[in-house]
Structures are given as structure tokens and as C-alpha cells.
Design a protein around this ligand. Structure first.
Ligand code: SF4
Ligand code: SF4
Length: 179
């Protein structure tokens, strides 16, 4: 009995030590700037920026490989915040600030080709081959990927209507003083 307990204790200590060494050797160094930039992005991982998720977009921003206008759904407010953090100046006068949108499928135009379902990374579209497709509004984050592939123009991007649950105070403008 004592021998079994002793050997298990030794094995436990040895494995714990090995795991500790492995954790140190294989540790991935985190870039604090990347983390800060990631926190400034919406976090919906919609892919409109061309990167697979907000984390990779933040990594590209930190390396100077992506412009501060990289995030379309973030609009001008996010672009300004990123520019301030990175200490760069950006001309945002032509930057379109569309606001949140969702996709809507016109049933008469849908031929059930399934192209939109394959594009949607958040499973917000329901449908089957040669059947009408429909978007679940609550799941759609407005990336417009489905809109771009529909061969019959059945998909429209619509503005998210303001309701008590979607309305929020606008962020203060840069340099604005509060009275
Ligand atoms: S891509 Fe357009 S036509 Fe094809 S299933 Fe989707 S909505 Fe219908
Ligand atoms: S339904 Fe269309 S717009 Fe909405 S998340 Fe899916 S692909 Fe993007």
C-alpha cells in the first residue's frame, strides 16, 4: 500500500515538473499592443476585414500591415480609436460609416442555390437545395458575405432598426468637451 502511494506521489511530482518545464519552453509570448488593439475591435469575427477573426486583424494592425480602416463594421469610431492608439493620422473623410446591418432574403428571388449558406460563418441562414432560404436576424452580424455571392440579387443588406435594446449613446467626438 505504502509503496503504491509512494510511487504515485513520485510520478505526480515528476509529471508536474515536466509540465512546468514544457509550459516555460513552449510559452507563446503575448504582444500587449495586439491585445489592446483586439479589445478595440467589435469582436464579432465577421471576416469583413479579410482576416480570419478580430485577433488576426489586431495582429496585422500591430505589425503595421493593416490600415486603421480595416474594420468595416467598426466604422469611423473604431478607425479613429485605432489611429489614436497607433499614433498615426488617417484621412477618414471618405470613410463610409454604415452602422450595423443585417441580411434579408427576398423569397421570390431565391432559387435555393445554397451559395449564401456556405458563405455564412455563423450559421445565420436556414435553407436547403432548391428550397427558399431565410436569415435568422438575431444570429446575423451583417458581414455581407452572403450578399456578395447571391446570383439572383435576392439578398439585401438592411439597417438594424433602432429599438430600446439596440440604441446606445453615441461616443463623444475626439476633442469634444462635455458640459
Ligand atoms: S445565394 Fe441567393 S439564390 Fe442562392 S440560396 Fe442564397 S438567397 Fe437563395
Ligand atoms: S447571414 Fe449573411 S450577412 Fe449575416 S452573418 Fe451570415 S453571411 Fe454575414
Amino acid at each position: 500500500m505504502l509503496v503504491a502511494v509512494g510511487s504515485l506521489t513520485v510520478m505526480g511530482v515528476a509529471l508536474g515538473g515536466l509540465l512546468g518545464i514544457a509550459a516555460r519552453l513552449l510559452a507563446v509570448e503575448e504582444n500587449p499592443l495586439e491585445e489592446e488593439l483586439k479589445a478595440m475591435l467589435p469582436g464579432s469575427n465577421c471576416g469583413q476585414c479579410g482576416y480570419v477573426g478580430c485577433a488576426l486583424a489586431a495582429a496585422a494592425l500591430a505589425k503595421g500591415e493593416a490600415p486603421v480602416t480595416v474594420c468595416p463594421p467598426g466604422g469611423r469610431a473604431v478607425a479613429e480609436t485605432l489611429a489614436k492608439k497607433l499614433g498615426v493620422t488617417a484621412d477618414l473623410s471618405a470613410h463610409e460609416d454604415k452602422g450595423p446591418e443585417y441580411a434579408f432574403i427576398e423569397e421570390d428571388l431565391c432559387i435555393g442555390c445554397t451559395r449564401c449558406i456556405k458563405e455564412c460563418t455563423v450559421d445565420a441562414i436556414v435553407g436547403a437545395t432548391k428550397q427558399m432560404h431565410v436569415v435568422i436576424n438575431e444570429a446575423c452580424h451583417g458581414c455581407a458575405k452572403c450578399f456578395k455571392v447571391c446570383p439572383t440579387d435576392a439578398i439585401k443588406m438592411c439597417k438594424v432598426p433602432l429599438t430600446l435594446s439596440t440604441w446606445h449613446w453615441a461616443k463623444p467626438e475626439v476633442g469634444q468637451t462635455l458640459h
